[in-house]
Design a binder for this molecule. Structure first.
Ligand SMILES: Nc1ncnc2c1ncn2[C@@H]1O[C@H](COP(=O)(O)OP(=O)(O)OP(=O)(O)O)[C@@H](O)[C@H]1O
Ligand SMILES: [Mg+2]
Length: 171
């Protein structure tokens, strides 16, 4: 993935992180896999909460840490996974990829870097970085041909969150 294809966004507070999730959710449909990376407390779950609300999920979205995967009803089924305690891609595969990442659902995978080898060829990465001033920088990286083709729609949906001077104050 070339740097030119990466979008860098800024979220000054939790509400903005949720708004980024909601803006992305408008582009999402069955079979889409969104992988979230970044440290503890970076904002991954807040992002998923904003996206799920926009996907018409009414139940509260909570951290799936002790469940591994939670399933919600929305305008499409929404699966929320947390790979934090998985040893690697093989453990995700053991759970049954057709069940945790089914073709009829939108899936959000926290700690996606731990299981990247088990994700489909096409997935969208969102890498969260916490700056010293607590602003979250979100790097949006398409993986695979499917998401690369959708880059123009990503740009227009997320344009209002673009960072003006990305990367200067990363922690
Ligand atoms: N700009 C911001 N965006 C998101 N969360 C923020 C922001 N600023 C502060 N916060 C706070 O940071 C925390 C983010 O928590 P969240 O559960 O979303 O993190 P996470 O990346 O899912 O962590 P974990 O790896 O433990 O699952 C919340 O307490 C939230 O209030
Ligand atoms: Mg989380």
């Amino acid at each position: 993935m070339s740097a030119a294809a990466e979008l860098v966004l800024e979220a000054v507070d939790e509400a903005t992180t949720k708004a980024v999730g909601a803006a992305l959710a408008r582009l999402l449909g069955a079979g889409d896999v969104v992988g979230l990376t970044g440290d503890l407390g970076a904002g991954k779950t807040r992002f998923v909460q904003g996206a799920a609300a926009a996907l018409e999920v009414e139940d509260p979205v909570v951290s799936p840490t002790f469940m591994l995967v939670r399933e919600y009803d929305g305008r499409v089924p929404v699966h929320h996974l947390d790979a934090y305690r998985l040893s690697g891609p093989a453990e995700l595969e053991d759970l049954g990829l057709d069940e945790v990442l089914p073709a009829d659902a939108v899936a959000f995978v926290e700690w996606a870097d731990r299981v990247a080898g088990a994700l489909p060829a096409s997935w969208l990465e969102l890498a969260f970085h916490t700056r010293p001033d607590e602003v979250r920088e979100i790097h949006v990286r398409p993986h695979g041909a499917g998401w690369a083709e959708r880059l123009p729609e990503l740009r227009s949906a997320l344009d209002r969150f673009r960072a003006r001077a990305p990367g200067r104050r990363l922690s």
